[in-house]
Design a protein around this ligand. Structure first.
Ligand code: FES
Ligand SMILES: [Fe+2]
Length: 375
């Protein structure tokens, strides 16, 4: 089962300044290029409809060819810059609405310039509209964002895919926009200490349930893992799972650059696999895309309201935070509750450094670490 939700938008919120996370990367916007990002839901490109999205401040026009292949072009005609999304798409090529130049959708190659006469020597096929590698996974159109003016790596890394553990399962998607730099969105995602204050819901837990926790972490490629453990006994979903299978429950949570947090919970034959990504739209806007797949005998219509409440609670808090970040305050990261945020910044800096030098990436963690906090 697959369903869609139009998202919780904050586009109307006044733009926050670029004074938050991006300040750690003076001179650029603090985006991680050369990575896959989810641009839109697959369902947004039905038929010959063109859709638009923005990733890392690059406007995109997306669609699907008659053969069913998703494509992503820069939403800008190389002739005069008008968005190609105002043009027409015939299932193969996108025609610009201004002078009718036509571009093959998947390669961006120009195939026609109507104003040319037999006198003209211009090599039409040497003109390209900007275009990006594009793959569909788990109901999203993923786009590989290369920094303008740089080459694609060869081979291209594979687009992320959600782990599933049985042939049939239910899947649901949610998204919400946050009016902040992607770094703030990401450290919000991995922040263990806000739970008892922001996610106060009868179905999850009460603020009085705050207690000391000890969690083991280990380094993984481009990220870190909260090692497989039995989840917190005070949360209802885990109690329910245990009740259903009569077996132990285990959870593994990974964070991997540039922006992926995955959580896999298993108990006997039952499993729940989810992924949250925080994707930079602009320097002052990011979007959380949340997808959950599971084989629990619970309809999606029951699960969605809970997930939606969670996301909304985070979103409301981050809208409030953006108010404060407008004035460029000094911020702090503390041990151990903010250690994951520190790892994130260190991983990011380390990846950028390894790209700059061509040397192997140095992982900020040298081995397993145990963190303690109350939440
Ligand atoms: S601006 Fe697109 S064809 Fe001229
Ligand atoms: Fe949260």
């Amino acid at each position: 089962m697959n369903d869609s939700f139009s998202g919780v938008a904050v586009s109307s919120i006044a733009a926050a300044s670029d004074a938050d996370g991006s300040r750690n990367f003076a001179g650029d916007l603090g985006f991680l290029w050369d990575s896959w990002y989810p641009a839109i839901r697959s369902t947004a490109i039905r038929g010959r409809r063109l859709a638009t999205a923005m990733l890392l401040e690059i406007p995109l026009v997306l669609g699907r060819t008659d053969e069913g292949k998703a494509f992503a072009m820069r939403d800008s005609c190389p002739h005069r810059g008008i968005p190609l999304s105002y043009g027409r798409f015939d299932g193969k090529a996108v025609e610009c609405g201004y002078h009718g130049w036509k571009f093959e959708a998947c390669t961006g190659r120009c195939v026609e310039i109507p104003s040319l006469t037999s006198q003209d020597k211009l090599k039409v096929e040497r003109i390209f509209a900007g275009h990006f590698p594009c793959e569909e996974r788990d109901g999203y159109v993923w786009v590989y964002m290369t920094q303008p003016g740089t080459r694609l790596p060869d081979p291209l890394p594979a687009a992320p895919v959600l782990s599933v553990f049985s042939e049939s399962y239910k899947i649901t998607h949610l998204d919400c926009e946050l009016p902040s730099h992607v770094d703030q969105g990401i450290i919000g995602l991995m922040d263990p200490a806000h739970g008892p204050f922001v996610h106060k819901s009868w179905f999850w837990r009460s603020p009085h349930s705050i207690h000391a926790k000890e969690k083991q972490f280990e380094p993984i490629a481009n990220g870190f893992r909260m090692s497989t453990h039995t989840p917190s006994a005070n949360s209802a979903p885990y109690k329910l799972l245990k009740l259903m299978t009569g077996e132990g429950v285990s959870t593994t949570i990974d964070f991997v650059l540039p922006n992926l947090r995955t959580e896999i919970t298993r108990s006997g034959k039952l499993w729940l696999s989810s992924r949250a990504t925080v994707t930079p739209v602009r320097r002052d806007l990011c979007r959380i895309d949340f997808v959950a797949a599971y084989n629990l005998p619970i309809p999606v219509t029951i699960v969605r309201p809970f997930a939606k409440t969670f996301l909304r609670q985070d979103q409301e808090t981050m809208i409030q935070q953006a108010e404060g970040l407008k004035y460029n305050p000094r911020l702090m990261l503390i041990d151990d509750a903010d250690r994951q945020a520190k790892w994130y910044f260190a991983l990011k800096a380390s990846l950028l450094e390894s790209r700059r030098t061509g040397e192997a990436m140095v992982h900020p963690m040298s081995g397993p670490v145990t963190l303690h906090w109350r939440s």
